[in-house]
Design a protein around this ligand. Structure first.
Ligand code: DTR
Length: 340
């Protein structure tokens, strides 16, 4: 009898051990919960990439991590993102670096008018640049990924066909894009994308300068019946994590997140480029938006007005002890590499 009980106890013990061995690496009964803040509304591309990241992380860590997402500025707003993550208000945050040009000088060099052709190339260029220079501005956080929007074009309520049409026109842009609009003579009004729908509605601005997927995602095509193609400048983004939270993750989970960094950059770039195409088709067909191509002569004149921007950026950045020329050369070289 006693022997039988002993056998039963042993059997139970064995079963427990086997069950434990079957639990996938990194998984535990209670998943590590992470909050992830984002500033624009859920259907827009920064949030689409956030949901994709959440799905992949939960899958690849076998449920050891659970990500709770907060789109639409419900946890942190566009300009509070970096400090909010450092303070731990959110564990993870997605920020548009272009909204704080003085804070992210090195990575914002990708928004100089250097001709980044699309979001896929731009995202890879930005990721490489970040990893090469590891800017001080990110020292207090763990950077999970970076990506860029597609090149910017002018969306407006009035047609912009030449230099005269843009003179003094109130158009919304931020960071490097605002510098470009000013150089063309527009009245560049700075604000994050999340504030733009209201400004357009109220008429504070007559249009905006951004990637064209917003025509569909924010329904800007209902108000902006004109697009002037300039394909000029991208806006860089970063996804950052609170450093203490990062350190509290197991090495297995950290490995998963690190491997996802460059992959997520490429995924987002590709998604963005494809979505821009859909938005353009929808704007033309459903919304009867007129797409304006500048004449070759006009385009050359517009490009010429931007020539001083990179030189001035180099001079200013050098004054701050930043290896500015090398950074611009690096961007050009990796652009050429990835554009192939
Ligand atoms: N072009 C930048 C970034 C951007 C592009 N699309 C979206 C959608 C939602 C938020 C930001 C962005 C900008 O104009 O702000």
């Amino acid at each position: 009898m006693r022997q039988k009980t002993g056998m039963a106890v042993l059997a139970v013990l064995m079963a427990v051990l086997v069950a434990q061995a079957l639990v996938p690496a990194g998984a535990s009964a209670e998943p590590m919960k992470l909050t992830y803040a984002n500033f624009p509304p859920a259907p827009t591309f920064p949030c689409v990439q956030m949901e994709r990241w959440k799905t992949e992380v939960e899958k690849r860590t076998n449920g050891a991590v659970a990500v709770q997402t907060f789109p639409g500025g419900t946890l942190l707003g566009a300009k509070d993102m970096m400090d909010g993550v450092i303070a731990g208000t959110a564990d993870i945050g997605c920020l548009c670096m272009a909204y704080q040009p003085g804070r992210f000088i090195i990575t914002n060099a990708t928004s100089l008018p250097l001709g980044i052709p699309n979001a896929l190339v731009g995202s890879k260029v930005l990721w490489d640049l970040f990893n090469k220079y590891k800017p001080e501005s990110f020292a207090k956080v763990k950077v999970l990924t970076m990506f860029v929007s597609a090149p910017s074009n002018i969306m407006s309520r009035v047609p912009v066909r030449n230099a005269k049409d843009i003179e003094g026109l109130a158009l919304r842009a931020s960071g490097g894009a605002a510098v470009i609009l000013k150089a063309w003579g527009a009245n560049a009004v700075g604000m994050p994308m999340s504030a733009t729908p209201e400004a357009l509605q109220k008429g504070t601005v007559k249009g905006l300068f951004s990637s064209l997927e917003v025509m569909k995602d924010f329904k800007f095509a209902e108000l902006c019946k004109y697009v002037t193609m300039t394909d000029t400048v991208i806006y860089p983004f970063a996804v950052v994590m609170n450093m203490d939270k990062w350190k509290a993750l197991s090495p297995d989970v950290q490995k998963v997140l690190e491997a996802l960094g460059p992959e997520q950059a490429g995924w987002t770039g590709e998604y963005m480029d494809g979505h821009v195409q859909e938005s353009v088709e929808w704007s033309k067909k459903d919304q009867k938006v007129e797409f304006i191509e500048l004449s070759a002569q006009e385009k050359a004149a517009w490009d010429k007005k931007l020539q001083f921007i990179t030189d001035k950026w180099i001079e200013d950045a050098k004054g701050k002890g930043i290896p500015a020329e090398a950074i611009v050369e690096d961007i050009k070289a990796s652009m050429a590499k990835y554009a192939k």
